[in-house]
Design a protein around this ligand. Sequence first.
Ligand code: PMV
Length: 316
Amino acid sequence: MTVISASAPGKIILFGEHAVVYDRPAIAVPVTQVKATAEIKARTGNLQITAADLGRSFLLDDAPPNDPLATAVRLTLEQLKASPPAATILVRSTIPIASGLGSGAAVSVAIIRALASYLGARLGNEIISDLAFRVEKIHHGTPSGIDNNVVTFCRPVYFRRGRPVQTFQIETPFQLLIADTGILSPTKVTVGDVRRGRQVRPAHYEALFDQIGQVVERARAAIESGQVYRLGALMMRNQALLEQLNVSSPQLETLSQAALAAGAEGAKLSGAGGGGNLIVLVQPEVEAAVSQALLRAGAVNVIATRVGQVIDEVEG
Ligand code: PMV
């Protein structure tokens, strides 16, 4: 029996979250240590979607219009002008949900790729990313589009809303720890809080977004020229601006202090904030000590990732 499978990685936003929703640039990189996978095999009967980790299994025909998994399937079928095949789509993911690691986008991209391939079609990355973007809108209303792009292209991206995405080179790889607070924080909630804040104090918020945009430009220049030593201070600056946007949390700040006390060069939240993950820049010689400090300070999980290392395609 034919079994088709495809995968997509997690992601972190290195610099620029939230401001990117308001047309400032942001930088994101894939995290291939975690991934979403969609596996498709023939069955007798109508198309069934099984989300193993969520304990859900349902027929496409029974799914409500706003179900994200069913929407990824429907949009792909519409794009390919195809009817639903008699098959089961089994979705699995090791990417924690609602924690800033791009789980929603990765699940969509895995489904879109696997289904297109099962139907004997090949979709270009621009189209895959665009379909995943349309699913992202269900998750949080006004996505910037950065998640679907970085997860689809599986490359470091410099992203600005409404402009073609730019992939770019990392001159000197650097080591990050990704520490999970264990606190679920749906993107929709913090994005909504920022939107309301901006409505009340537009000039203040626009000034903060501008300053975040400047940090992003400096960070890109440092990353492209191999001046990794500049990134710690830029992360701290970005985090301070995110705190002024009120999207940090006591747990993120406790983890950050513990990491810095153990020798990290910089730390900031990544993604929506409010909980989710903290990213921490470390030199190899302090990595183990910082990782232990993060766990002692309450992190429920710590992932180590080398940013800029040649990436194995996650696409399966
Ligand atoms: O928490 P995540 O992984 O969905 O990232 C959200 C990033 C934001 O900038 C807060 C929102 C967006 O659409 O870019």
